[in-house]
Design a protein around this ligand. Structure first.
Ligand code: ZN
Length: 259
């Protein structure tokens, strides 16, 4: 985090200098090795591997409406579409090929602990105050990995809403916490797969509607029982561990969101 702040300061400083100096400093981020993950080759349709998987996790929030990006390590058409939408959202050339510019932007967006810039483990690891990612149906490691994927979708949602801060009021819940707050027995919160979201500057309906364009297969908001004071978003369709069918389920009737 500190390094990133320094980088921002350098760039800001460079902006105040004449042309030559700007070019020198602005070119630097492309070469930097990232604290979380560094890509070593360009990625495009047909490529596969863990580097593709790492990319998919970070662009899954840019799936087309109602679609999902499978985190399978195979760069197919849905990954290409998501990369294109990511590129457009951040003002990059939209060609569906993840190269230097795309990786540079991802490095800017990710903290050294692999969470995206505007969300943190602490925010998602609520568990009624207990924390630690344990006490759910999955291992702590699996749960935490799901939370990272949730956060990258939230980062995309936040961008889609015009870079307005989103508050996570509930993320992962262990079994007893979930019971305590009256959550559904198969709640996606148990898997680190869900977040309850509010915002000071965006209405719950704006959040509900925008969530459709950011890879969330579960959306519950205003008009759905118990969801008039937050929007619930999750990735139920990608969850193969919850013994439910992998179907999209959207319900925010007061906002015209249904599926
Ligand atoms: Zn919820």
């Amino acid at each position: 985090m500190r390094q990133k702040t320094l980088k921002r300061a350098l760039v800001a400083f460079a902006l105040a200098l004449p042309g030559a100096a700007i070019a020198t400093v602005a070119a630097a981020p492309a070469a930097h090795a990232d604290g979380c993950y560094t890509w070593k080759r360009d990625l495009y349709q047909g490529r596969s591997g863990d580097d593709v998987r790492q990319l998919q996790i970070r662009v899954a929030g840019w799936a087309a409406r109602g679609a999902i990006v499978r985190i399978d390590g195979d760069f197919g058409p849905e990954t290409a579409a998501a990369v294109k939408r990511f590129q457009t959202a951040y003002g990059l050339r939209s060609d569906g090929i993840a190269g230097k510019q795309t990786f540079s932007k991802l490095y800017q967006l990710q903290d050294n602990d692999c969470t995206p810039a505007h969300f943190s483990y602490r925010e998602l690891d609520g568990g009624c105050g207990k924390g630690g990612w344990s006490g759910g149906p999955l291992s702590a490691t699996e749960t935490k990995a799901n939370a990272v994927r949730t956060m990258w979708k939230l980062e995309a949602l936040r961008r889609g809403l015009g870079d307005k801060p989103l508050n996570v009021t509930s993320g992962f819940r262990d079994v007893s916490c979930n019971k305590q707050v009256g959550g559904a027995s198969n709640s996606q919160h148990l898997y680190g797969n869900a977040a309850d979201v509010t915002s000071q500057s965006r209405s719950l309906c704006e959040i509900s509607r925008a969530s459709r364009d950011h890879g969330f297969s579960g959306i519950y908001g205003p008009g759905y029982p118990g969801h008039d004071d937050h929007v619930h978003v999750d990735s139920r369709r990608e969850n193969n561990r919850d013994n439910t069918t992998n179907r999209t389920s959207w319900a925010a009737p007061d906002c015209g969101v249904s599926r």
